[in-house]
Each structure stands twice: as structure tokens, then as C-alpha cells.
Write a protein that binds this ligand. Structure first.
Ligand code: GDP
Ligand code: IMO
Ligand code: MG
Length: 421
């Protein structure tokens, strides 16, 4: 399992692509087109939103699991975009249980962001789609193929239209139009659709290597994140089991992807945020602009309090540390090791946002390395100060590292402990 340990954009796409070389199956288990996973291979850059970051290998099976919110039109676009680039997508599989993200979900996301719920979402319809799933008025991939689907859709669209017209003063949706758009996509995708839980479990039975790729990150989890400034799914390890249909007894490693500093997009608390020139410097050097929305990401120092929390709620066995090269030019580098509230030191990440907002980060400072890491290929080649920084992260979290990334490219990756034996 590979999970984001912070607020998303940790480099999950890059790490997944790298580790996928030794895997047979790569499974996305939650989220939707709110995710933007970047994979750089040579001079080519791919932005993936729904398709697992193993797709660039022709021989890997890539699975969109039942926990993903599936925007069919965006998926067709993504497949066609990859095929135009010469990437074969015939090994893609889509769960018949995945819920569909409908055009009205995107509309409601947009309207809610203008109204009572201003979270800075990606406006990709995520909250409304998962909301309907939980309300039990959603539609799964398999439902579209049923005879009574048009009638069920009509009932739901009628109700959505009443809300749109009366509450938001918006034009209604034409059910026929939605149906036609869905059917066009389903015709295109039909051959990919299957019971992916069965597929993945059978693969495990045969001794195949399966990797589960999370979207977003631990602090965006609907239960464990900084609610309400979260996404509407479970990016954490528990969500990986539910969203792919495998049991926890089948999981051997849980890798937390950790960016060497912290970023966040959208609203919500962020204790180590730097709103000064240092934050701007990290944003520019780290190219911290959203893959999905292009928004500038908020940047700050590494926060070991949230990493310890991520280690706990995910049961992390490994850390994959990314973007450490972005810190190359700093004389001194800070790590937040605790929060201070008034005269009290907090050891654990607080559940109350009010408490979190009052917290001041307590920092330790470490020496920078003032040299470029981008050509380092072994752990021993890394400067001593870099290794000290990495070992400090392991010490503060109690979790060993398995990988260090020193650049966006596939080759700019140092393995420190094999993930697939
Ligand atoms: P994800 O959502 O977790 O997959 O991360 P994103 O792709 O949204 O953002 C990570 C960005 O950092 C992408 O532009 C990657 O190409 C880039 N990246 C990943 N690892 C590294 C690294 O070690 N160093 C640098 N400089 N860039 C990296
Ligand atoms: P990847 O997979 C970073 C953030 C949004 C917003 C909040 C809710 O690329 O790491 P949503 O559209 O999900 O309802 O928005 O979550 N968010 C992300 N931030 N990386 C992501 O994905 C994100 N997906 C959602 O910015 O604050
Ligand atoms: Mg991203």
C-alpha cells in the first residue's frame, strides 16, 4: 500500500511509477479526478488523474478500484490522451462497483463552494458524488447496464433538478442528455469493466505482486484529516482495503510518501505554513502549483507531528521521502517536532481545529547541505547533512525509509530498502 502522509501531492505518482517496475498489478482505491499524479519518464511528463501510475509499463495490470469516484467522460479523455502519446491502455480494468460521478455532482460542488461550504475544493464533484454514494442514491458502473437504469436515473435527476431550480436558481439537467453521454462512455469502456476485487484477490492467490496507490493524503482523510477541510474519501490505509476489495491480512507493507517539506492546497489549518519569502522560495523551487487546478500550493517546513500521526493511523512500515533536492540551497532547515499551545506542549496531533489553530510549531534546526542532490544515485553519495536530515525523519516518526527521491525523473530515486522482495 502506498499512502500520502501529508496533505496530498507528496509525489505518489512518481513513487508508484518507480515501484511499479517490480509489481504486477497497480490499483487506485479512492478519490477521483481531484487527484493529479505526475510521472516523468525521460523528457516526457504525464499527468494522471484516474488511471493508476503504473500505466506507463505495457505489461502491468492497472485497476480502478470500487472506491474511486468515476467521472466517465474524464476517464475516456484520459485514456484517449494516453493513447495519443502511444501508451497502451488495454491492461486497464475498472471496477463494476465503482460509483459514477455525474455532471450534476460537479455543478453542486461548484455551487456549494460559492455558498455555505467554502473549502477550496478542486470542483471535480467529489463531495457530492461520495455524498450520493453514502445517501444510497448513487449509481455504480454495473447499474448503468441494468434495464431499469433510465427510470432510476430519471427519479434522481428530477430531485436534483428541484434543488437546482429552487435552491440555486439554476437551469435543470435533461435526463436524456445525461443518459446519452453516459451510454457513449460505457460503450467505449465496457471491455475494461469487471469485478476487480475478484481479479486482485485471484492475482494475490497466484503470488502476483500488487500495489495499491492512494490519492490525496492522510490529513485529507474524511475521518482522520483536518475536517471539514478534507476530501470525501479515505486516503488512509484502511480505505485502501475497502476501496480495492482486499482484506487487511493480505497487506505486507504500508509505505507513506513524505515530501521533505509540507504543502497544502485549498483552505484549512497548516501549522508550519510559511507566508514569507522562504515559503515563496520553496514554491518556486519545488514547482508547487497544482497538477489538477494549477493553484499555487501553500508551503512550509516539514511537520513531524503530522508524520507521527500518519504513521499511527496508517500503521506505516516504510517512508518514501521525496523532493529532498528542493531543499538543496538552504543554509539551515527546520523541522517541527511539537506544538505549543500557551504554555502547554502538545505531543499528539489535536482533533479540534480550534486547538490546532492556536498551536505554534516548535522547531529544531538542522544544517543544510548547500549542494545539488539531483545526480546522487546511492545513499552513500548523499552528503552527510542530507543523510542526517533523513535519519532525523526516521527517528522522529519511528518508521524506516525505503526510498529517497532527488528529482522528478524515474532514475532520480535511491532505494534504501527493497519494497518488493
Ligand atoms: P502526487 O499527487 O502525490 O502524485 O504528487 P504531484 O504529482 O501532484 O506533485 C509532485 C510534483 O513533484 C510533481 O511535479 C513531480 O514530478 C515532482 N516530484 C516528485 N518527486 C520529486 C523529487 O524528488 N524532486 C523534485 N524536484 N520533484 C519531484
Ligand atoms: P493528489 O492525489 C492535494 C484538496 C483540495 C481541497 C480538499 C477537498 O494529487 O495528492 P475535493 O475536490 O477533494 O473535494 O477537495 O482536498 N485536494 C488535494 N490536495 N492533492 C490532491 O490529490 C488533492 N485532492 C483534493 O485542494 O483542499
Ligand atoms: Mg497531486
Amino acid at each position: 500500500m502506498l499512502v500520502g502522509a501529508q496533505w496530498g501531492d507528496e509525489g505518489k505518482g512518481k513513487v508508484t511509477d518507480f515501484l511499479a517496475e517490480k509489481a504486477d498489478y497497480i490499483v487506485r482505491y479512492q478519490g477521483g479526478t481531484n487527484a493529479g499524479h505526475t510521472v516523468v519518464v525521460g523528457d516526457r511528463k504525464f499527468m494522471l488523474h484516474l488511471i493508476p501510475s503504473g500505466i506507463l509499463y505495457p505489461d502491468k495490470v492497472c485497476v480502478i478500484g470500487n472506491g474511486v469516484a468515476l467521472d466517465l467522460e474524464m476517464l475516456v479523455n484520459e485514456i484517449e490522451g494516453l493513447e495519443r502519446e502511444g501508451i497502451d491502455t488495454s491492461n486497464l480494468r475498472i471496477s463494476s462497483r465503482a460509483h459514477l460521478l455525474m455532471p450534476y455532482h460537479k455543478k453542486f460542488d461548484e455551487l456549494q463552494e460559492q455558498g455555505c461550504r467554502q473549502l477550496g475544493t478542486t470542483k471535480r464533484g467529489i463531495g457530492p458524488a461520495y455524498g450520493d454514494k453514502i445517501e444510497r442514491v448513487g449509481f455504480r458502473m454495473t447499474d448503468v447496464l441494468d434495464d431499469d437504469f433510465p427510470a432510476r436515473l430519471e427519479t434522481v435527476v428530477k430531485e436534483k433538478n428541484r434543488i437546482l431550480e429552487r435552491l440555486y436558481d439554476q437551469p435543470p439537467y435533461d435526463c436524456r442528455d445525461i443518459l446519452d453521454r453516459l451510454r457513449a462512455c460505457v460503450d467505449r469502456l465496457r471491455d475494461y469493466v469487471t469485478d476487480t476485487s475478484l481479479l486482485v484477490n485471484r492475482a494475490l492467490d497466484q503470488g502476483k505482486k500488487v500495489m495499491l496507490e492512494g490519492a490525496q493524503g492522510t490529513l485529507l482523510d474524511i475521518d482522520h484529516g483536518t475536517y471539514p477541510y478534507v476530501t470525501s474519501s479515505h486516503p488512509t490505509a484502511g480505505g485502501a482495503c475497502v476501496g480495492s476489495g482486499i482484506g487487511p491480512t493480505r497487506v505486507s507493507r504500508v509505505v507513506g510518501v513524505v515530501k521533505a517539506y509540507t504543502t497544502r492546497v485549498g483552505e484549512g489549518p497548516f501549522p508550519t505554513e510559511l507566508t514569507d519569502a522562504t515559503g515563496d522560495f520553496i514554491r518556486e523551487r519545488g514547482a508547487e502549483f497544482g497538477t489538477t487546478t494549477g493553484r499555487p500550493r501553500r508551503c512550509g517546513w516539514l511537520d513531524a507531528v503530522i508524520l507521527r500521526y500518519a504513521a499511527r493511523v496508517n500503521g506505516l512500515t516504510d517512508l518514501a521521502i521525496t523532493k529532498i533536492d528542493v531543499l538543496d540551497e538552504f543554509e539551515r532547515i527546520k523541522i517541527c517536532v511539537g506544538y505549543k499551545r500557551g504554555n502547554t506542549m502538545l505531543e499528539e496531533f489535536p482533533e479540534s481545529l480550534k486547538v490546532l489553530q492556536d498551536c505554534e510549531p516548535v522547531y529544531i534546526e538542522m544544517d543544510g547541505w548547500k549542494t545539488s542532490l539531483q545526480n546522487c544515485r546511492t545513499y552513500e553519495e548523499l552528503p552527510e547533512a542530507t543523510r542526517r536530515y533523513i535519519e532525523k525523519i526516521t527517528e522522529l516518526t519511528g518508521v524506516p525509509h525505503c526510498l529517497v527521491a532527488v528529482g522528478p525523473g524515474r532514475g532520480q530515486t535511491i532505494v534504501t530498502r527493497e519494497v518488493f522482495a
